[in-house]
Design a protein around this ligand. Structure first.
Ligand code: URA
Length: 235
């Protein structure tokens, strides 16, 4: 037996708080009757309905994670810990994967989902989705660097990058960099092409999603209704 708000939150679709609101609003049915209190306890195989829709079955799940440094952006690895190791067991079994890779030493916003078409939309350069990073480098960014980023940098292997926005911050060596693509180690290699080394890197945004300042590194939460809407998702 488990509390109803916990059962709902364990699907990854709602936070505990959102689950309580749904229950109190009379939108949840358990075993054919409208549930009233989050603390009601049920067997996990009870049939549940939310807004008339069954809770069980294939579900699309969307989680915002504050990736800490030190974990791989992968679903599994024989030797090293991955971002999925931060999740409870029931959420490791629903086919979640990270949308785009952050390097092991990079922190920040990572969307975990099992929605393949959404991942494709967010990652394909054709869709022009902005991703903004906070960068700290071992030397100051100059007006020439800003122009070079805007013009489309050529990397050491001859690949050219799409135009990118570099906005130097007041602290010397710090900047915001906005890309619409995701080549391997792209920010580090673009910065290297301008004669500097990245010391710290954190992703702040991806399209309409902004890293929740309340999430400490390693913490995650389901996307909120307004975030799902901003991504063009229903429900
Ligand atoms: N660019 C990088 O160099 N590393 C990341 O993790 C993301 C963008």
């Amino acid at each position: 037996m488990e509390r109803l708000d916990k059962i709902l939150a364990n699907t990854g679709r709602w936070s505990r708080k959102e689950a309580r609101l749904l229950i109190r609003a009379g939108r949840v049915q358990a075993a054919g009757r409208t549930a009233r209190a989050p603390e009601e306890k049920y067997d996990l195989d009870t049939p549940f309905l939310v807004d008339g829709e069954p809770l069980s079955g294939e579900r699309l799940v969307y989680l915002m994670l504050h990736k800490p440094a030190g974990l791989l952006s992968a679903t599994e690895d024989p030797r090293q810990a991955t971002v999925l190791d931060l999740l409870p067991p029931h959420l490791r079994r629903v086919g979640l994967f990270p949308v785009g890779r952050l390097d092991k030493d990079t922190e920040g916003l990572l969307l975990l989902t099992n929605d393949g078409p959404l991942a494709h939309r967010l990652l394909s350069p054709r869709h022009h989705v902005d991703k903004t990073y906070l960068v700290r480098a071992d030397g100051p960014f100059t007006a020439e660097d800003v122009a070079a980023f805007a013009g489309g940098l050529t990397l050491e292997d001859g690949q050219t990058c799409l135009p990118a926005r570099l906005e130097p911050l007041a602290e010397p060596g710090e900047a915001l960099i906005t890309l619409q693509e995701g080549k391997f180690h792209q920010i580090k290699r673009m910065t290297a092409a301008r004669g500097k080394q990245v010391l710290y890197l954190k992703r702040l945004t991806m399209g309409p999603l902004r890293l929740d300042g309340e999430l400490v590194p390693g913490a995650w939460r389901p996307l909120r209704g307004e975030e799902r809407e901003a991504l063009g998702l229903k429900g």
